[in-house]
Design a protein around this ligand. Structure first.
Ligand SMILES: [Fe+2]
Ligand SMILES: [Fe+2]
Length: 162
């Protein structure tokens, strides 16, 4: 069965998430003792992604209603309803009660995994909407995930016995 899906909500959510992630990265750089470089590099990409998504919202406003399988529409709906970043402040706060550095890197990993997944899902639903720009965003989100994973594996950074 096919149903209509309106990608406007999807794009608005991912644009808003870019803004939240950029803010988070700028807030935590000093707190985890990494200075600004590591997180600022990613935050600058997230700023750029937000601008691209907002631009797409403007240019494709009337072009995001599509027919898709009911199961796909339901899946996307569930992803959006359960979006991790709607609770970002609580998650950061609860990380403060444990080992902040390791908790926050777990959170960043989940955020970047979601980013990769959202971009892929969007490209699946809208293969004709800005494919070149979406491809670049996907590469950058993968790069972010890679940076987080590499940092997580850095035993000296996390003070794990060498
Ligand atoms: Fe991003
Ligand atoms: Fe990212």
């Amino acid at each position: 069965m096919s149903v209509t899906v309106d990608g406007k909500k999807f794009l608005e959510l991912i644009a808003g998430n870019e803004m939240k992630v950029a803010k988070l990265y700028r807030d935590i750089g000093d707190e985890v003792g990494l200075g600004q470089g590591f997180f600022e590099r990613m935050a600058a990409d997230e700023d750029k992604h937000e601008i691209i998504y907002r631009g797409l919202l403007g240019r494709h406003e009337n072009d995001l209603i599509r027919e898709t399988e009911a199961s796909t529409a339901h899946y996307v709906e569930l992803l959006l309803e359960n979006d991790l970043l709607q609770h970002v402040d609580e998650l950061v706060e609860s990380a403060r009660h444990l080992n902040f550095k390791s908790q926050i890197f777990d959170l960043c990993e989940r955020i970047e995994r979601d980013s990769v997944m959202y971009v892929r899902e969007f490209m699946d639903l809208y293969p004709d909407v800005a494919p070149q720009e979406m491809k670049i965003i996907l590469q950058e989100e993968k790069k972010h995930l890679q940076m987080i994973l590499e940092k997580k594996a850095d035993r000296s950074f996390f003070g794990i016995g060498m």
